[in-house]
Design a protein around this ligand. Structure first.
Ligand SMILES: C[S@@+](CC[C@H](N)C(=O)[O-])C[C@H]1O[C@@H](n2cnc3c(N)ncnc32)[C@H](O)[C@@H]1O
Length: 250
């Protein structure tokens, strides 16, 4: 499964993204507060999978220098609309290969974007790329869901979301040995024909992410159950994990 530029799945979701991930549910304000708190006032943030700038635009409004990498031209088009002055410096490309050519105090990957890489090897490479973009003393921040409910899924599951402009149906099949969910999306939007796209996600438990981070030269500094530093523990449905360079002095 490739993560080639112009993934039709991401392009298709661009149309309904803000409806599927409303700010209140995604904890946008809290995430911005958290990330800004890790970054010195003159520092810079790089977001892998910056999307339509849900986090990047309010972070730049805080006076931070914000960069983003994303492979979806549709998502980046929406970012440009949301950020008409171009304060967020966006690079169109695959985050496994694209670069801003500089280092950043915070390198961020939010909203399960890490799992969009369908192979373990790619996930390790991604953490390595994040490490390479890290300024001395900087932090990698990763937000991901707890995969337990998905891991229990047998066979296929269909979820239907009724949104303002139409309906989005997601059908997922679980491939247990590779921890993958193969997802087929049907979008029936009022203003156009039915569109379909597919993608594969690879989920990982926090302990595996920590081990992959170790392979990439990172070590865990803090883990929370959410952006407001809620305590992480059994039953947490997601985590916000913060890493530093493994060779950083303590
Ligand atoms: C779930 S969205 C998250 C967007 C944004 N970070 C947010 O929190 O709202 C994932 C984003 O990652 C991008 N993406 C997925 N795989 C990518 C890859 N291999 N390289 C670059 N961008 C990628 C998608 O185009 C999409 O915009």
């Amino acid at each position: 499964m490739s993560s080639a530029i112009g993934n039709p799945y991401d392009d298709l979701l661009a149309d309904v993204y803000d409806l599927m991930y409303p700010d209140a549910l995604s904890g946008t304000a809290e995430a911005v507060e958290f990330v800004a708190g890790l970054c010195p006032p003159t520092g810079s943030v790089l977001e892998f999978g910056v999307g339509n700038g849900r986090l990047a635009v309010p972070l730049s409004a805080r006076g931070l220098e914000v960069f983003g990498i994303d492979s979806s031209s549709r998502m980046l088009g929406d970012l440009a609309e949301r950020d008409p002055d171009g304060k967020v410096k966006a690079v169109e490309g695959d985050f496994l290969t694209a670069s801003t050519g500089r280092r950043h105090e915070v390198v961020l990957m939010a909203l399960n974007t890490f799992f969009s890489l369908p192979q373990q090897e790619q996930q390790i490479d991604c953490l390595r790329r994040m490490r390479e973009h890290l300024a001395p003393g900087g932090r990698v921040v990763l937000e991901a869901f707890d995969p337990s409910p998905y891991h229990r899924q047998e066979g296929e599951r269909t979820t239907t979301r009724f949104l303002g402009p139409g309906t989005v149906m997601l059908e997922s099949s679980h491939v247990v040995p590779s921890q993958q969910l193969i997802i087929l999306v049907f979008a029936l939007l009022a203003d156009g024909p039915t569109r379909t796209a597919h993608t594969a996600l690879r989920y990982a438990w926090p302990a595996e992410i920590d081990a992959m981070a170790r392979c990439a030269g990172l070590r865990l500094v803090e883990r929370h159950a959410g952006w407001e530093r809620e305590p992480y523990g059994p039953g947490s449905q997601r985590h916000v994990s913060v890493y530093e360079a493994a060779d950083a002095a303590r």
